[in-house]
Design a protein around this ligand. Structure first.
Ligand code: IPE
Ligand code: IPE
Ligand code: MG
Length: 236
């Protein structure tokens, strides 16, 4: 019997895509898809924690998503505000929550809640739950470059001191494991500016399921697919 491998200890990134198409198929406004998508986010975060995932990163809103109609952006941000309220109620044994991205354009009230949640959960040892909001992989690398340039200008480091570890320390995911796999729903086969540095050796799993239809069974299937892959990291 082959060993049954589960999700324990894995770091996983999820590009939650397809909310709009899910709604359109039902003749509903796109925002209805985002609403169901937010429920699925809760279900999958809970499920992943239960099965021992180490770190789970959700792509909730990209730096490019501001280009969408104002009403849709507002609806997504309202749902994010509601998610923050639910996350604030997490119990002590629940996740360590980290927000990835530039939060300065968000409502001051949200920024405060985000800082509170991060401070309150920072010492937890359970699953790391990363929520990427106004996140872009390029923006993250630009920010790291700016911080390192500042340290060099201040004479704290020499340009030649900058190595991979140094850059990783300046990413939003500082200190965290790199994603073992990145899953994208909705049949799109692209990364759309998600975890550009971190995904250097991640496996990519693309499924046709639209995010609002995504279930724990689909999650299990993705984990099983991951275990069928042979990661070589450039070796043999
Ligand atoms: C993902 O679903 C959610 C966000 C990007 C915020 P979409 O809204 O991109 O849904 P589609 O891709 O248009 O179907
Ligand atoms: C990526 O999905 C961003 C999130 C899931 C938050 P998009 O729907 O914005 O990506 P594109 O536009 O199809 O590349
Ligand atoms: Mg999309």
């Amino acid at each position: 019997m082959p060993e049954k491998k589960g999700a324990e200890g894995l770091s996983i990134g999820i590009i939650m895509d397809g909310n709009g198409r899910w709604a359109k198929q039902r003749g509903l406004p796109r925002t209805a898809g985002h609403k169901v998508g937010a429920d699925v986010f809760d279900d999958i975060a809970l499920y992943a924690k239960d099965i021992g995932v180490r770190a789970l990163t959700f792509f909730a809103f990209s730096t490019e998503n501001w280009q969408r109609p104002k009403d849709e952006v507002k609806a997504i941000m309202d749902l994010f505000g509601q998610a923050l309220k639910r996350i604030e109620k997490y119990r002590k044994e629940d996740n360590q929550v980290v927000f990835l991205g530039d939060r300065t354009p968000l409502l001051p009230e949200y920024q405060k809640r985000m800082a509170d949640i991060e401070a309150k959960t920072a010492h937890r040892t359970g699953m790391i739950l990363n929520i990427a909001i106004n996140y872009g992989g390029r923006e993250e690398l630009v920010r790291a470059a700016q911080q390192l340039a500042q340290e060099a200008a201040d004479g704290k480091i020499k340009p030649s001191d900058i190595d991979n570890a140094c850059i990783e320390k300046h990413l939003y995911t500082s200190g965290q494991p790199m994603p073992d796999f990145i899953l994208r729903t909705s049949g799109e086969h692209r990364i759309s500016n998600f975890m550009l540095w971190q995904s250097a050796y991640s496996e990519f799993i693309f499924v046709d399921t639209l995010w609002p239809d995504f279930t724990p069974a689909h999650f299990d299937a993705a984990v099983a697919e991951y275990h069928r892959r042979d990661r070589r990291y450039g070796g043999l």
